[in-house]
Design a binder for this molecule. Sequence first.
Ligand SMILES: [Zn+2]
Ligand SMILES: [Zn+2]
Length: 281
Amino acid sequence: MCLLWACTRSFAHRHPKIFVGFLHPFAVILVLVITVYFVVLQMFYVVPKLFEMDTLVYKLFWLLAIFICYNIFGNMLACHLTDTSVPSLPLEKQSPEPGEGHLWDFCDICERKMPPRSWHCVLCNRCILKRDHHCIFTATCIGHNNQRYFFWFTFHMALGTGVALATHTLVVLQYCSYMNLFFLNFSNVKDLPNWLFLSLLVNIYALAAPGAALFVQFLALHINGTLHDLYSETYNLGIWRNFKMVVGEKGLWTFFSPTIKSPLPHDGTKWEAKDVGIGEC
Ligand SMILES: [Zn+2]
Ligand SMILES: [Zn+2]
């Protein structure tokens, strides 16, 4: 796995245009196909085995599916459209203020100074504010301005596949118990339809990917770090302030929609370090 990752990374660095041109459309289409697959499978095959289609619970499942899809696609699009590069800053913010020059690094590729915590991305070919990583599924870099959307994108992907796994499991238990969850008879597992068994396996894999991405996001968030400094507590301001640094002043309200306006505490050029002060790093 490490070898595959190293080879992919090496190829991306050597041939960034080919990598981006091939992998971005593939990854985006994969997300679209998987999401539609789960909605169709859940709403027309799995959930109807638990609740009749004319019941209130079944209709609530439809509402939940629409809400999760809206947030997956909405946050994915917002993530892609939100520019988090250094050139997106107002001109007067693209160079250090007097006395702060020593905090800015020089990018040899862009031949310009970049704020603390910024990194150059070879795939975007730009310096990215508080760069976390390059995401092929949103076809852009994740950084200071769009990490909120990436966080909720992975969260809703994990939520959707998590709910799907729960309903899948209930249907399997139903087969095992013939509707009696307290007296399971696993010898009946052999009666499981093949499609249900296969879709359950796909579901487990589909949950693992966004689940792992979300776990890493939580790891970074709890210390206000990024993938580049996942073990550094330099910028850790406490979990709630760290969270607002990513999602903005509206906090948990941003869970409901990517369209909720939630200004970030700052523009990504000055970083308050733990026990040191603003701008130090
Ligand atoms: Zn650069
Ligand atoms: Zn990038």
